[in-house]
Design a protein around this ligand. Structure first.
Ligand SMILES: [Zn+2]
Length: 486
């Protein structure tokens, strides 16, 4: 991926860099030891809502205790548990075309869930790119469409399971709003290649916290995908679809790990600088790779171990303000832990003066990195951004990528990590990252592939920024004109 790197030069004339007496407590050896432990196969990829995530969370809580953090979870513990709602298609569901039963998750996959009983003729619309639906009445009908990649951006991360979503957005949603009862997409070559990942994703279903839009399934119209080989079956004159789709709705526990270090200033100790990361990754999966454990070393054990290193530094030399450490659960299921904590904070939400979130901070070029929330419309505190830039200048001197923070960037990366719910509440918030790489969300995101020198520099940067915020006479102000594009 093409990147333009610029060095932001910051004038420090007239300012003297503050001493960082505990910087030398941040050690590569600790980062490495912690990361090899957390991203070990022992924790089986820490998938949200599983005992693997809980086991890793207990380990993190134990590290908090050993480091000397004070508990700030529920009931005097380091843990804040919450319900993660899971909706998925029941194994009792059945789908047949022309009375020929298709094996669910093998011959047919359900890309959009719905509780639905359908017995209807199929209207074959042909190639998505050339079909003309202007004068066709699709109301109450099942339509079949051949996928076509024309006009779909494939140069994105996770193109596999994003491809069927893009096809649905481009060709399917208009037909749904015109009243189609179901859509059957037929794989093209790209969808055929995407099948394993997309199907696994479909099989998992959707997740949310209590009250979230995906806590229950809202859609009424199911969307199916079938292999190219099923095309003749669908093209048969008078072809019919019979489907009995049932959704199962279950809750699982996930957990935020919360601790703090008390500030030394009697007036400022009731305010908190907050560090944020997530402990979950993608668990054990089957598709397409030689290894099955998605270790989540960069995403996001890198930040969890950086937070522990920062905790060591703040314990050695506490700041004026208190420093809060929140390692969120279930980030990969839709920022669930941060959405839960920000709506059920264990300290007064107005006492959190800034959120320094990190996501993936140990890969790519040794001398470059990014903070998201640095440019409008994502920037919600010019004062916090200035502190982070000063910290970079005084410390690691990374060349800062500015492309990924742009609202025009295709990845929408700003909207994909745990600072977001806090920024939406108006709390000055940043996300530190060394950005995507080809091993993202694969078993190759493992401890061996982390650049530990770079991880230390990122940890230093987050520490230096936090030190400034936690000791500033006045908390960083929120920019009054802050408004996210979505
Ligand atoms: Zn992440």
């Amino acid at each position: 991926m093409k990147r333009i790197l610029i060095v932001l030069s910051i004038s420090i004339i007239g300012s003297i860099a503050q001493a960082q007496p505990a910087l030398n407590t941040i050690k590569i050896a600790d980062l490495k030891k912690d990361l090899y432990t957390l991203a070990d196969a022992h924790f089986r990829g820490r998938s949200a809502g599983t005992t693997d995530e809980l086991k890793a969370s207990m380990w993190l809580g134990e590290q908090y205790r050993a480091l000397g953090l004070l508990p700030a979870g529920d009931d005097g513990s380091y843990f804040q548990f919450f319900n993660m709602w899971h909706n998925h298609i029941s194994d009792q569901s059945s789908i047949s075309i022309n009375n020929q039963s298709l094996t669910l998750w093998k011959e047919v996959t359900v890309a959009q869930m719905a509780n639905a009983q359908i017995d209807a003729q199929i209207l074959y619309l042909g190639d998505a790119a050339t079909m003309n639906t202007a004068n066709i009445d699709v109301k109450g009908k099942v339509v079949a469409i051949e996928a076509n990649a024309k006009g779909i951006n494939l140069n994105v991360s996770l193109p596999t399971w994003r491809y069927p979503r893009s096809i649905l957005a481009k060709y399917g949603n208009a037909l749904i709003s015109k009243g189609a009862a179901a859509i059957i997409f037929i794989n093209d070559d790209i969808a055929e290649n995407a099948w394993a990942d997309a199907n696994e994703n479909n099989y998992r279903g959707s997740f949310d916290i209590d009250g979230g839009a995906n806590a229950t399934v809202q859609t009424k119209v199911p969307v199916f995908w079938v292999h190219t080989a099923s095309k003749p079956l669908l093209q048969t004159a008078g072809a019919t679809l019979k489907a009995n789709l049932l959704i199962e709705h279950q809750s699982y526990p996930s957990v935020n790990i919360v601790g703090y270090i008390k500030g030394t200033d009697k007036n400022l100790a009731s305010e908190y600088l907050m560090y944020s990361g997530h402990q979950d990754a993608h668990g054990v999966r089957t598709s397409n790779h030689t290894d099955s454990v998605y270790y989540g070393a960069d995403d996001n054990a890198s930040v969890d171990v950086a937070m522990m290193a920062n905790a060591r530094a703040f314990i050695k030399n506490p700041a004026k303000r208190s420093v809060l450490f929140v390692i969120h659960g279930a980030e990969e299921r839709g920022l669930l832990g941060s959405r839960y904590y920000s709506s059920h904070p264990t300290v007064p939400i107005t006492s959190i003066v800034a959120v320094l979130n990190g996501d993936m901070i140990g890969r790519n070029n040794p001398d470059s990195a990014a903070i998201l929330g640095m440019q409008a419309p994502h920037k919600n505190s010019s004062e916090l951004v200035a502190m982070a830039l000063d910290a970079n200048y005084e410390g690691p001197k990374f060349k800062l990528d500015t492309l990924w923070d742009k609202h025009t960037h295709v990845e929408g990366w700003y909207f994909r990590s745990d600072h977001l719910p806090y920024a939406r509440l108006g709390i000055p918030s940043l996300m530190y990252t060394t950005l995507l790489h080809p091993d993202y969300h694969t078993p190759l995101d493992n401890a061996q592939n982390i650049d530990y020198d770079k991880l230390k520099k990122m940890t230093d940067w987050m520490y230096r920024t936090g030190w400034k915020v936690a000791n500033a006479a006045v908390r960083p102000a929120k920019d009054v004109n802050f408004k996210l594009e979505r």
